[in-house]
Design a binder for this molecule. Structure first.
Ligand code: AMP
Length: 441
């Protein structure tokens, strides 16, 4: 399956786009962007072998903003789409803007919503956004005395970007003490120089995505990811082992509450502070007994949630990205397929610990033939025509179906056709929604 409308320039507006990133999220974005009739040329830097089917991959160092700018000027790129958070936090959107190149994503000051947990907590306080009680600390002694006053369970977070590893949900006081010691001992470098201690929020965890243009936010869709490495949510946290969208737990009422109490006050607050947020706002929300509460923001699409959102998005994504940049979202509407989508991550054995690279993967073409299935590459390389594993999370096996059960059957049927003895996946992705669907019938 692929989106329709692949012909180039049919609306008469040639559009050259550069996408930054190299994971499964960027493969899904490349797949969706390449399907736009507005796009005449798509590059991806640095990309991966799966992305190479959709875009021309270029070996640019994304951290070297001058070389990205030089490429854009040489190739007359009209829009840069930034996938991951690191270049956003480093101010790539600001630097491209300085030379008049449009880029989708927040500027550096607005990217602090992900880059500093303390920043986000203070914003919540200032604009009355529901979140857990918290304290910000620069010393272990002060952090410890706060934790002793609050008791466990409690959550200890490195303030800065820590590749998804800077959060410890401490169920006991000794765990919280150990987490504080680890963070102030420099386990996360500068990211842990400040620590945020947050109230433990009890409830169901969901992800909520909104597209923002600095002033207006339009909801994208809800999703649920699976952070733990093993079935039944056991084992250490990972970057994400699978996801599905929409989640049945975000009812219309909850959806409206998240927009009204969390997303819109954030957009208004960022604008009032003079640092308007433009791009994708990804809210980590706990559905508590007192209503939805924010526990974190990310300033880009989630990985692997992006993969299921792209499968479900019916509209052309390119006008939406441009409208977000141009401040035109108030005139905008996105259409979605009602069908749920699900993605299962295939990872190298050992992930999220040590794993080997270079193991051979077969059967991908056969797997992709199953109806409703789309396979995105997250960490692969190609040697002599053979696909090899080249990372921890390696493939995203995605499927859309009439129900979550059908999407899941399709995804696992595809996985069963993939010959990769050195890889593994969870077998229970979507379990909450499957239980919910079965209870309804
Ligand atoms: P993060 O790395 O920020 O995505 O956080 C990792 C995980 O920690 C989240 O997916 C949540 O499951 C959990 N978490 C973060 N903050 C809280 C909180 N205040 N209460 C309970 N769980 C939390």
């Amino acid at each position: 399956m692929r989106p329709t409308g692949r012909s180039c320039g049919t609306l008469g507006i040639p559009m050259k786009i550069l996408l930054l990133g190299s994971g499964g999220r960027e493969h899904a974005l490349a797949w969706k962007i390449a399907a736009s009739p507005l796009v005449t040329k798509l590059w991806c830097a640095p990309g991966n072998p799966g992305i190479a089917r959709e875009a021309e991959c270029v070996a640019l160092d994304v951290a070297d903003h001058a070389s990205v700018i030089a490429f854009c000027e040489r190739e007359k790129v009209e829009l840069v789409v930034v996938g991951p958070e690191t270049p956003l936090a480093a101010g790539i959107v600001d630097d491209l803007g300085q030379v008049g190149i449009k880029a989708f994503g927040p500027r550096k000051q607005a990217a602090r919503l992900e880059g500093s947990k303390g920043f986000t907590k203070d914003l919540c306080t200032e604009f009355n956004i529901p979140t857990g009680a918290y304290g910000r600390f620069n010393s272990a002694a002060d952090a410890l005395s706060y934790v002793h006053k609050q008791g466990a369970p409690i959550v200890v977070k490195a303030d800065g970007l820590a590749a998804g590893k800077g959060v410890v949900v401490a169920m006991t006081l000794p765990e919280a003490e150990a987490a504080i010691a680890m963070m102030f001992d420099g386990a996360f470098g500068a990211a842990g120089a400040e620590v945020v201690i947050e109230e433990y929020l009890e409830g169901r965890e969901i992800s909520f995505f909104a597209l923002c243009d600095g002033e207006t936010a339009i909801p994208l869709a809800s999703a649920q990811d699976h952070k733990r490495v093993f079935d039944h949510d056991k084992g250490p946290n990972t970057g994400g082992m699978g996801a599905y969208s929409p989640t049945p737990f975000v009812t219309q009422e909850i959806h409206d509450a998240i927009m009204a109490k969390i997303i819109l006050p954030t957009v208004r607050g960022m604008k009032a502070r003079g640092t308007p947020f433009s791009g994708v706002l990804y809210a980590g929300v706990m559905l508590t007994a007192e209503g939805p509460k924010l526990f974190e923001y990310n300033v880009r699409f989630g990985d692997p949630e992006c993969q299921v959102l792209m499968l479900r998005m019916m509209s052309d994504i390119v006008p939406a990205l441009l409208a977000a940049y141009d401040g035109e979202l108030k005139h905008f509407n996105l259409r979605w397929f009602d069908e749920p989508a699900l993605t299962v991550v295939m990872a190298a054995k050992g992930y999220p610990g040590d794993y080997s690279k270079g193991t051979s993967i077969g059967g991908l073409d056969d797997a992709a033939k199953i109806e409703g299935v789309e396979i995105f590459h997250a960490g692969t390389s190609v040697k002599d025509g053979a696909v090899l594993a080249n990372g921890g999370r390696v493939l995203n096996i995605c499927a859309i179906g009439k129900t979550v059960v059908e999407a899941r059957q399709r995804a696992y049927a595809a996985i069963d056709r993939i010959a990769w003895p050195d890889g593994f996946c969870r077998r229970d992705i979507g379990w909450q929604a499957v239980e919910y669907e079965q209870a309804q019938t």
